[in-house]
Structures are given as structure tokens and as C-alpha cells.
Design a protein around this ligand. Structure first.
Ligand code: MN
Length: 163
């Protein structure tokens, strides 16, 4: 990251204080700017008001849950390409599919591993650096669907986490 360049803003939506503490400590140590939302509704408000470069979205939250929040964001053209990483304790195949269907780009299983989180952020923030401002001038570059790529990689990684 170039000196003077504004640091990426990460929006963390997570209701569990222990997870908030762990993840914020790590991200702040890495120099990311961070906002924390306690539920899905708050996540929507912060996304709209502060335009984060990436969202880490807990799935199980009181009030509006993460799946609903992700699906709501994806229905808004402004957020169709925003990287959204789900944080989930869910391990069932059906739940994974629900996350993909809701529009997440990728996910991390909790408790979140610091190295996995770092790799995830670097991967998705790097994509954010693509020259998307020129998209309208380069018609050969079609908008990509926000989800359903990297699925096999997800499944492989999930298998490792469960081991
Ligand atoms: Mn939760």
C-alpha cells in the first residue's frame, strides 16, 4: 500500500463481543480502518453511509441476520460488487449454500484464524484495486457475478477447518 493512500475501511458486522474484540484487535494491528455494526440493520446503515471497501458479516445476529443483510445489499446496485465475507459457525452443506445464494463472495468459519483472515482480506482488497472506474470505457470487460466463483476452494478450505 502506497504511503499516503487511504487505508481500506472494513465494516465488521458481529454481535459477539469476544469475536469483535479478536477481529478488531487483529485488523487494527494490521492498519485497517474499521467500523463495527452489532446487527444486520446497523450493517446496512453503515454500508450506505460510509461505503466500506469490504464487509465481514456474521451470519447469526439478533434482529436482521447476516444472510438477510447480504441479500439486501446485493439488491442495491451500489453494493453488487462489494466484497462481502461471511463469518459463520455453520458447517452444514445447506447453510453454506444459503450463504452463497445470499450473495457472499467468500466466508470464514469461526473462530476466525488470523492468517486466514489476512489472506482473505488481501485477496479481496486486491480485486478491489482493479480499474473498475474504467469499466464503462471497456465494454469487453463484462461485470462478473458477485458470487459462485471459488466455490471448490471454499469447500476445500472448509474441509480443512473441520479437520
Ligand atoms: Mn453472531
Amino acid at each position: 500500500m502506497a504511503v499516503g493512500e487511504e487505508l481500506p475501511l472494513i465494516l465488521l458486522a458481529e454481535d459477539n463481543p469476544n469475536n469483535v474484540f479478536t477481529i478488531t484487535s487483529y485488523l487494527e494491528a494490521k492498519g485497517y480502518r474499521l467500523m463495527v455494526a452489532g446487527d444486520g440493520q446497523e450493517a446496512l446503515e453503515y454500508a450506505r453511509s460510509h461505503h466500506p471497501q469490504l464487509i465481514l458479516m456474521d451470519i447469526q445476529m439478533p434482529g436482521m441476520d447476516g444472510l438477510t443483510a447480504i441479500a439486501t445489499l446485493r439488491n442495491d446496485p451500489m453494493f453488487q460488487e462489494l466484497p462481502i465475507i461471511a463469518l459463520t459457525a455453520l458447517a452444514m452443506d445447506g447453510d453454506r449454500e444459503k450463504c452463497l445464494e445470499a450473495g457472499m463472495n467468500d466466508y470464514l468459519t469461526k473462530p476466525v484464524n488470523a492468517q486466514a483472515l489476512e489472506q482473505m482480506l488481501e485477496q479481496w482488497l486486491l480485486q478491489e484495486d482493479l480499474p473498475r472506474a474504467n469499466q464503462q470505457d471497456t465494454p469487453e470487460r463484462q461485470p462478473e457475478p458477485p458470487v459462485i466463483f471459488n466455490v471448490q476452494d471454499l469447500l476445500d478450505r472448509c474441509g480443512q477447518d473441520q479437520a
